[in-house]
Design a protein around this ligand. Structure first.
Ligand SMILES: Nc1ncnc2c1ncn2[C@@H]1O[C@H](COP(=O)(O)OP(=O)(O)O)[C@@H](O)[C@H]1O
Ligand SMILES: O=C(CO)[C@@H](O)[C@H](O)COP(=O)(O)O
Length: 498
């Protein structure tokens, strides 16, 4: 049996799955937490990866491994390959002003949006790497002066696994490159002029690989002693990295990896007409498309996928953590929160939560705070608040679904994944809010699975990733309740800035 491994280095944790390359059968898995915060030392991801690999029984017997990661995070490296500062993550909003400046400098308003959408498929918001580079150049000139290369979380982990053989050895894929703001999905080329416009000078960037093109071979020192890595001891790799350390001997192949949403699309086997809604730290709504998107309003990001196609995507900053926050406010667990939400009527008798707890990305409201509207004596109950939290989070995603449909996608079905899909309330209320049936694959790690499926493609070769069946899919149907969205639409403009 040929085994492959997939990694999901996401915002809150690192997950590793080991699967049979031919059938996709799950053999082993492991996970480890990431630190909180919107800036993180990449070494913490490396240690979590070591711990998750160890929990998954190691990588000694796999033929290939691919890393999927949270998109957009800025990992800035000096000439020797050391990080010059902690990585700024996709959900760090300090570069909101830089995003606005970049759009303004391109003509502002509609013209600025059109310029960026035509150039790179997306209009920059604070999440995009290009805005973080501008922020770094303007706010931390001393660190900026040390930067020689910029890459993304999955690029950095793949590079470390390969032996970190100098900056020229950095590799990425189309999916993750498309979230930088300086790579065009339509042309498949970097826009160095835009990188320079943002940062003031050119930087080394990873080579963009095709969907099943190997990024190298797993360095034997990288995971020979997984327990040592997880306890923070050196991995055995020479460090700091330098030229000539790439491993060219035998070992598991490294796949190109990809962004976590592109990996989720591979993991659930999304096809034409499937719209995936992922409720993790971020909320995302996306579909696989044959042509690149270029939405000048910036609502839909025109990303690339991990198969050579495209991935129009809407992303909200507030998803599963809205449920975490509501549960904390009500001093209940997540299962009890779901029970409470389901015990209140649809629409929570008019109680509406606008869930901008971390500001918001779509709509672009980086400095907004959340709000609860419609408090009366009747609605001042834990059940109403729980329902309003679930509905508010889903309404924001339903707005995203409308935007994806406006791109010409006719949804055959909505596939619900991510940690938030484990909530019974989310599963049952989603079809009421989305106005269409929702299918939920069994709880699993679909980003790590997508990475594993990419690794299987790399190991087995062929024109496409091997077909892996997803079994045990549940379907949820419910009468749509348009009033929930109408009341949310009226409420969402009424929030105050933080
Ligand atoms: N039963 C549940 N009900 C609601 N939310 C859940 C449940 N189980 C996990 N979650 C939430 O899922 C989130 C993590 O989801 P995940 O997709 O792993 O996130 P990420 O990929 O961004 O790290 C956490 O915020 C967690 O609270
Ligand atoms: O920024 C985006 C998509 O554009 C996010 O979806 C990140 O990719 C983080 O994903 P999670 O950790 O929430 O899954």
């Amino acid at each position: 049996m040929t085994l492959v491994a997939g990694v999901d280095s996401s915002t809150q944790s690192c997950k590793v799955v080991v699967r049979d390359a031919a059938t996709g059968a799950l053999l082993r898995q492991g996970r480890a937490p990431h630190p909180d915060g919107t800036e993180v030392d990449p070494e913490a991801w490396w240690r979590a990866l070591g711990a998750a690999v160890e929990a998954a029984g190691g990588l000694a017997d796999v033929a290939a491994v691919s890393v999927a990661g949270q998109q957009h995070g800025m990992v800035a490296l000096d000439e020797a390959g050391r990080t010059v500062r902690p990585a700024l993550l996709w959900n760090d909003t300090r570069s909101a002003g830089a995003a606005a400046d970049l759009v303004e400098e391109a003509g502002g308003g509609e013209a600025g949006g059109r310029f960026w959408a035509d150039a790179v498929g997306s209009v920059p918001v604070a999440s995009f790497t290009v805005t973080k580079l501008r922020w770094l150049a303007r706010h931390e000139p001393a660190q900026a002066a040390q930067v020689s290369a910029v890459c993304l979380p999955h690029d950095w982990l793949t590079w470390r696994l390969a032996g970190a053989a100098g900056l020229a050895a950095l590799r990425t894929d189309r999916g993750d490159a498309s979230g930088t703001g300086y790579w065009s999905p339509a042309t498949g080329e970097y826009r160095f002029d835009l990188l320079e416009r943002a940062f003031g000078r050119r930087l080394q960037v990873p080579t963009v690989l095709g969907p099943a093109e190997p990024a190298g071979v797993l360095h034997p020192a990288a995971f020979r002693v997984a327990p040592a890595i997880s306890s923070g001891e050196p991995s055995g790799l020479p460090w700091p990295p330098g030229p000539g350390q790439a491993w060219t001997g035998d070992g598991p192949l490294l796949g190109p990896g990809t962004g976590d949403n592109a990996a989720a699309a591979l993991g659930v086997g999304a096809g034409p007409g499937d719209v995936v809604v992922s409720i993790g730290t971020s909320g995302t709504v996306f579909s696989v498309a044959d042509a690149p998107a270029a939405d000048p309003t910036g609502i839909v990001a025109g990303f690339a996928d991990a198969t050579g196609r495209y991935l129009p995507l809407v992303c909200t900053l507030n998803a599963a953590r809205v449920l975490d926050a509501a549960a904390a406010m009500l001093r209940v667990g997540l299962d009890e929160l779901a029970e409470l939400a389901l015990s209140a009527p649809a629409g929570a008798d008019g109680l509406v939560m606008v869930p901008y707890l971390e500001g918001e990305r779509t709509p672009n409201r980086p400095t907004a705070s959340g709000a609860v509207h419609g408090l009366t004596l009747r609605t001042s109950t834990p059940a109403h608040l729980a329902r309003a939290a679930v509905e508010g989070m889903l309404c924001a995603l339903a707005d995203g679904l409308d935007a994806i449909v406006a791109q010409g996608v006719t949804p055959r079905r909505v596939i619900l994944v991510g940690g938030g899909a484990r909530s019974a309330a989310v599963r049952r209320i989603a079809p009421q809010v989305f106005g269409c049936p929702v299918v939920v694959p069994p709880p699993g790690e679909y980003v790590a699975d997508g990475a594993a499926r990419q690794a299987a493609w790399v190991a087995l070769g062929g024109a496409a990733a091997p077909e892996w069946a997803v079994e045990g899919i549940e379907e949820y149907e419910a009468e749509p309740v348009p009033a929930v969205r109408e009341r949310y639409a009226a409420a969402r403009e009424h929030v105050i800035e933080r």
